[in-house]
Design a protein around this ligand. Sequence first.
Ligand code: FAD
Length: 266
Amino acid sequence: MALTLQTFPTSDAAAAALAADGAARYLGGGTLVVRDANEGDVTFSSYIRTTDPALSAVTVTGGRAKLGASVTMGRIIADERLECLTKAAHSVGGPAIRNMATVGGNLFAPAPYGDLGVALLALDAAVEIGGASVPLARFLKERDTAHARSVVKSISFALPNTDAFRFIKVSRIKPKGVSVITIAAVLEESGGAITSARIAYGCMADRPIRATAAEGALVGKPRTAEGIRDALKVASEGTDPITDAIASAWYRTQVLPVHLGRLLLA
Ligand SMILES: Cc1cc2nc3c(=O)[nH]c(=O)nc-3n(C[C@H](O)[C@H](O)[C@H](O)COP(=O)(O)OP(=O)(O)OC[C@H]3O[C@@H](n4cnc5c(N)ncnc54)[C@H](O)[C@@H]3O)c2cc1C
């Protein structure tokens, strides 16, 4: 089946075209959507893309970073201002994938993908879509429903304090295997105790999720083996891990506290 490609000068025009055509798919870097087409997915017959320069912009002002949805993993790695995301962006595929894979596309990627999304979820990012700013946690829940036919314009987040942000991607194949588990955390500490904790998991559901039980169990505790014990006990609460060729849901649940513990104590 022939596939058509429509290119629009603005993201608003692309969004209108996407909303009007149920047989169209938005094309970001294409690393997933072109593969879908090559593998015979006939649920769409055209790609819609935009050359809107706003979607390729990176701005950092007043301690807040804003990434256009078309910004690639390679671009993040090259930008020193986005150092907190370097490890997460670098964990996405190999160099060819990172050169094409976009921030916007990563937010729609099903597990075991979505590694950058895990980092952005721990950073409490906001997604600009449909003329509104939506918390990333809500966007992820609604991405297949309310946001399925909209265009993400940008993602923004407050830059974390130095040392507050932690990220780990556990994979069996180095350096570019897919994730067994991905964990990102933003921990604020004061007076020897954790004052706030945001933790996000990849592969512990079909999309990145927050670890709210573990977060709650950390606040007020010292970041020591004893202090994180309760958080590790409830680490898998509210999760529904995927099973794939890399690992079973059972295995992911078993090893989660081990990797979470290492990340928290590092
Ligand atoms: C070999 C290989 C290895 C990979 N390894 C990893 C990995 O280690 N970690 C990882 O996280 N991912 C990995 N991926 C998945 C993928 O490359 C990334 O998740 C990437 O960030 C997806 O972005 P994209 O721009 O290529 O998405 P696309 O393929 O262009 O789009 C993916 C989906 O998102 C939608 N979409 C894209 N941009 C927007 C937008 N701005 N607004 C609305 N909808 C949009 C598309 O319509 C489509 O449904 C891998 C892929 C391959 C092929």
